[in-house]
Write a protein that binds this ligand. Structure first.
Ligand code: PNS
Length: 161
């Protein structure tokens, strides 16, 4: 059976931290689905279409990675696609409680949902989409935080008129 992993997130926008986790998941699993999902706690700055287009431009050279979106429970998506794992990056202790409760809830909702945590690479420990957006809005340099393919789109979209 093909082992399918899902990398879910808001990806608002995709950062080098996300890309690092996607690349490492792609080396561990036969197929990886990068899933733009809905976080009810967040109000995204980019539309779902914009986020998908940005991710597609970044992963286009990766043979076993596809991009999708889902407006529902992650556990239901896994069941529907017969995916076996949820891959998430863990940055610090602050991520842990939230990620741990989500992992347990997903497992409760669908027994087949195993969450695999990858330790974020050291250089991305502090990195988040919110940080990127804040820097871009004030005209700062985001080139060491986001993949080059999406740099200009993010700068242009968030620049203050
Ligand atoms: O990048 P984020 O915002 O931290 O990702 C969180 C996300 C989108 C993966 C999470 O909110 C999610 O799984 N949303 C889908 C709806 C769902 O299944 N919620 C219950 C999770 S236990």
């Amino acid at each position: 059976m093909r082992k399918i992993a899902v990398c879910p997130g808001s990806f608002d926008p995709i950062t080098l931290g996300h890309l690092d986790i996607i690349e490492r998941a792609a080396s561990l699993f036969e197929k990886v689905i990068v899933l733009v999902s809905f976080n009810t706690q967040k109000n995204p700055s980019f539309s779902v279409e914009e986020r998908i287009a940005m991710i597609n431009s970044v992963v286009s050279g990766m043979d076993n990675v596809v991009v999708d979106c889902w407006d529902g429970l992650l556990a239901d998506y896994l069941k529907d696609r017969k995916a076996t794992a949820i891959v998430k990056g863990l940055r610090a202790v602050t991520d842990f409680e939230y990620e741990f409760s989500m992992a347990l809830a997903n497992k409760k909702l669908y027994e087949g949902a195993e969450t695999v945590f990858l330790t974020t690479s050291e250089e991305n420990l502090y990195l988040s989409s919110s940080l990127v957006k804040e820097i871009a809005r004030f005209g700062g340099d985001i080139s060491s935080f986001v993949p080059p393919q999406v740099h200009d789109v993010i700068k242009e979209r968030l620049k203050r008129k």
